[in-house]
Design a protein around this ligand. Sequence first.
Ligand code: MRU
Length: 341
Amino acid sequence: MTSFQSVTWRDQKLVLLDQTMLPHQTVYRQYEDYLDVVEAIATMVVRGAPAIGVAAAFGLVLAAQAEQNSPNLIASLNLAAEQLLAARPTAVNLAWAVKRMSKIWADPAEGLVAVLLAEANQIYLEDIEINRRIGEHGQAVVPDQAQVIHHCNTGALATVDYGTALGIIRIAHERGKQIHAYLDETRPRLQGAGLSAYELQAYGVPHTLIVDGAAAHVMQTRQIDLCLVGCDRVAANGDVANKIGTYGLAIAAQAHGVPFYVACPLSSIDLSLPTGAEIEIEERSGTEVTHIQGVAIAPPHTPVYNPAFDVTPAAYISGIITEKGIIYPPFSAGLASQARD
Ligand code: MRU
């Protein structure tokens, strides 16, 4: 287990590591009210597709605890599910976790709160194992002495432990592969600088921080073996929604003949959407762009467009690494068979 924990359940409360305070301060916050969990997901106290799914599952346990002796328990759970779902739209893991939990109260049993808690704990434990397996499968595409470009944060902070793309990098290092990662800083929320660099430093993995705009230059001037990214939703045809900037990185990778791999759990696959064009892209506040840590970097009232994610077409993706193995193009059949099994 990593020394920090993004999401934990302790003494009937949800505990979240406040990722808005990293890398400077390690602050854990306790949650007793599911509405505060909705707020924590929306404001990115907890972030990363798998981690917000796990946080939402425990948020539903909090909602059930608060109403456990009330005749309104099921109605309250339905309302909580709706509000948690609305907190962030792009990462399908949130909807996946809420749906999995809601199956339990659709057919309520004796001791519903305990059953919901057991399911949330199960989702939590499965996430650790799933990410460990993604990390294992990913070793097949990581050569010894690999030079990798990574975007956003996909590590233990974005999951319960290990992480997806960053988990592959971490396990490669643990296996003695002499891997080196170039970390995109990931404007505007700087997950690469604040979170991925923090994690790789903690694991002792050699890394170099670059601005997002440097990635193509790095591919042109240094030997890069592959790009590794996570994802928030995969459509049935293999189009992938991930943190804004991923699409540009994929185009640059193809232009330079650099393999581009996406790592994700099967809970990120959304077979209900035929292509990435149907994925809802979250737009966030313009102040994320006009300000850095509260300091304005643009004139007041500057108009801003701030999509938090983009869609990388399947044609730019070399492979999708899940807990069941690597899916290669064309993706439709492999995604369908892995996600439906
Ligand atoms: O907006 P965030 O910080 O929640 O976005 C995180 C990402 O986009 C990750 O790359 C993604 O969730 C991959 S999952 C490990």
